[in-house]
Design a protein around this ligand. Structure first.
Ligand SMILES: Nc1nc2c(c(=O)[nH]1)N[C@H]1C(S)=C(S)[C@@H](COP(=O)(O)O)O[C@H]1N2
Ligand SMILES: [Mo]
Length: 162
């Protein structure tokens, strides 16, 4: 009986702390082509790998699609068109646990700041763990991984000036 109660409590706690894995990454908001991407969709897009030091010093390789490739597919223009009103645009990344992080569209542009962000679905060649994935952001140019949103499920574009 005690075992059963412990098992039921564990199941309950697991359900509370680890919400169901969203199988799609929504790219929405002020974009011309909203997207709902699965890991299978990401596999068909241009891919990039970044080897980073973890906080304990060990090396880890994250693989996925450059964030700018995903935003371009949704209709966000980088390069020559990233000027004027477009620079008052931002991207809100939202995770399954409610974590939220903002990036400005200007900083993501390779010709401006080139903040390197990978929409990653693999770590050392394996699918991501439930705590990390199935999809996470990896901000390769940040010094601390605070903006590397785990379990990301929505990339929401906001343009403050039209
Ligand atoms: N969804 C989500 N992502 C998150 C966080 C979080 O609380 N929730 N914490 C951030 C912080 S502060 C850090 S240091 C890194 C740590 O993740 P990692 O060790 O898996 O890279 O995740 C970042 N991404
Ligand atoms: Mo952190």
């Amino acid at each position: 009986m005690r075992t059963l109660i412990v098992a039921l409590c564990c199941t309950f706690l697991a359900a509370q702390t680890v919400p169901d894995a969203a199988d799609k990454l929504a790219v929405d908001g002020d974009v011309s082509t909203p997207l709902a991407l699965t890991v299978a969709d990401l596999a068909k897009m241009p891919r990039e790998t970044a080897t980073l030091a973890e906080m304990d010093g060990s090396k880890v390789a994250y693989e996925g699609v450059p964030l700018t490739e995903i935003l371009k597919k949704a209709g966000v223009a980088f390069g020559k068109e990233m000027r004027g009103k477009a620079l008052a645009g931002y991207l809100l990344a939202e995770a399954r646990d409610g974590y939220q992080v903002v990036f400005s569209l200007g900083e993501l542009d390779a010709e401006i700041a080139g903040t390197g962000v990978i929409v990653a679905d693999r770590r050392d060649g394996q699918p991501l763990s439930a705590q990390q994935g199935p999809i996470r952001l990896v901000v390769t140019s940040d010094k601390r991984p605070a903006r590397s949103v785990r379990m990301v499920e929505r990339l929401h574009v906001v343009r403050l000036r039209k």
